[in-house]
Design a protein around this ligand. Structure first.
Ligand SMILES: *Cc1c(COP(=O)(O)O)cnc(C)c1O
Length: 471
């Protein structure tokens, strides 16, 4: 499999290069040259999550990783999850129209959010590819919480990878911070920076822009535009389908999203032949995606903080991959669209393109008050406690079910549960009066010693720290 850039002006590359490079040289994102066909669902039934993952993702890596190595790497990645099913599906009754509703629990990995599903695999793939090439990298990233802790856990103890993750002092949740600072592996470094997430992000961007420094320490990114992360997420849409649709009939997926990374993987699954009825994009008040799928116009708005902070995003980078397909893989058209977006703060697709997108996607947004009432009502109805991101998905499913043409009552609905409720205990407690407890493996998180570096928001200080860490 070769990968092409969504902006059409970079050399096609193989999987290992795409894994390590992240972004294409022309600023675009990598997508496979063609969409492979999933194995027949019947052949996947009854197999373990890791086995399905190998079958589903093999065409994307074939030729670049040895099959036996890949099977071993995938098995090791998912052995870190605290559920034998890795991403279990639990029934949640039905929507008022009658459609059965299910939760796809994506939070059984080491940091309790869906990002582990991809990153546990991606970290190991980094190590494997670097070993074959006899290279090292230093993963450098900024985090407002979930991504950084998932990335550090994914890199913990890897032979050929160092990881430095910057976080804004006092602005992550305590659980999120401790998930970074209590790791003991020597190749990891949590870095506290005074200021906001944007200050951390600017510092990271400045380090990547210092080309001499970047080459000297072999900087690498692990953010959500990396194709390997999207690829890894395709698996759980297949396993969820197997779980809720014994006859292989179409399923509707509802995905709480900000950066369009998770729902994009559902769309890739559909491209590869998974029978999908609707893909539902669920937004909080930062509703750039819902506005886009409703009006065809993407416009910049101010980010407002919500109780689902991992979706507080107004520029959804992964949408570029969908646009590339919607514009018939015309990279020049994608590039000029994104240029207009950057210069004017707004850009539109024509009605025909919007119509094509709407044939697959529905969307909706709910605010924090509705999300809180969803957490409360789900708990009263089923005894289950869901996190505020998951609540956005359920709330949008309920809203769609009750309005317009609605959802087809005969089609099972699967809502992605993207975080464990204990990761966002304040919002959950405010809604239900119950403070969710951490799973047993993390029960002593608040007793573990913390270890971190503290630097001023200054590029020279960051570069000194990274140099010291990578020698
Ligand atoms: C990162 C994250 C999201 C949003 O993911 P996208 O890739 O933007 O779809 C949703 N929920 C949680 C808990 C997250 O950590």
């Amino acid at each position: 499999m070769r990968y092409v850039s969504t902006r059409g002006r970079a050399e096609p590359l193989g999987f290992a290069d795409v894994l390590l490079d992240g972004l294409a040289r022309d600023g675009g994102l990598f997508v496979p040259e063609h969409w492979p066909t999933l194995p027949p669902l019947e052949e996947l039934r009854g197999r373990s999550f890791a086995e399905v993952a190998v079958e589903v993702t093999w065409p994307f890596v074939d030729g670049e990783v040895d099959r036996a190595d890949y099977e071993r790497i995938v098995a090791a990645a998912y052995a870190t999850f605290d559920s034998p099913e890795v991403c279990p599906v639990v029934p949640l009754g039905s929507l008022p129209s009658g459609a059965p509703l299910h939760l796809l629990e994506l939070f059984h990995g080491p940091t309790l959010a869906f990002k582990d599903v991809a990153l546990q695999l991606v970290g190991r793939l980094f190590d494997h590819v670097l070993d074959e090439r006899d290279q090292r990298i230093c993963v450098l990233g900024a985090t407002s919480g979930d991504t950084g802790s998932a990335a550090m856990h994914a890199c913990a103890g890897l032979e050929r990878v160092d990881a430095c993750i910057l976080y804004p002092a006092g602005r992550t949740s305590e659980v999120q911070r401790r998930q970074m600072t209590t790791l003991i592996e020597d190749n990891l470094c949590a870095v506290e920076v005074p200021g906001t997430f944007d200050d951390c992000q600017d510092l990271v961007k400045a380090a990547f822009a210092d080309v001499e420094f970047r080459d000297e320490v072999h900087l690498a990114a692990i953010n959500s535009i990396n194709w390997a992360r999207v690829m890894a997420q395709v698996t759980y849409y297949v396993t969820a389908h197997l779980a809720v649709s014994p006859d292989g009939a179409p399923v509707t997926f509802v995905v709480p999203t900000g950066n369009f990374g998770n729902v994009l993987a559902a769309w890739v699954a559909a491209r590869c032949g998974l029978p999908v009825d609707r893909l539902v994009v669920a937004s909080n008040r930062n509703d750039v995606l819902t506005r886009f799928f409703t009006t065809g116009t993407m416009s910049i708005a101010e980010v407002v903080p919500t109780t689902s902070p991992s979706m507080d995003i107004q520029v959804s980078s992964n949408l570029e991959r969908l646009l590339f397909e919607a514009l018939d893989r015309d990279g020049a058209a994608v590039a000029s669209m994104l240029e207009r977006f950057r210069s004017d703060g707004s850009v539109s697709v024509d009605v025909e393109v919007l119509g094509r997108l709407r044939a697959e996607f529905d969307c909706g947004r709910i605010d924090d008050e509705v999300a809180a009432s969803v957490i409360r009502s789900v708990h009263e109805r089923t005894g289950l406690v869901v996190d505020p991101h998951t609540a956005v998905g359920i709330g949008v499913a309920e809203w769609l079910d009750a309005t317009g043409p609605g959802l087809d009552p005969g089609v099972p609905v699967v809502c992605a549960a993207t975080a464990h409720p204990a990761k966002f205990p304040d919002a959950v407690e405010a809604a239900t009066g119950i403070r969710p407890v951490l799973p047993a493996e993390l029960a002593d998180l608040f007793d573990r010693p913390e270890r971190f570096e503290r630097i001023p928001a200054d590029l020279a200080a960051l570069e000194t720290l990274v140099r010291r860490r990578v020698v």
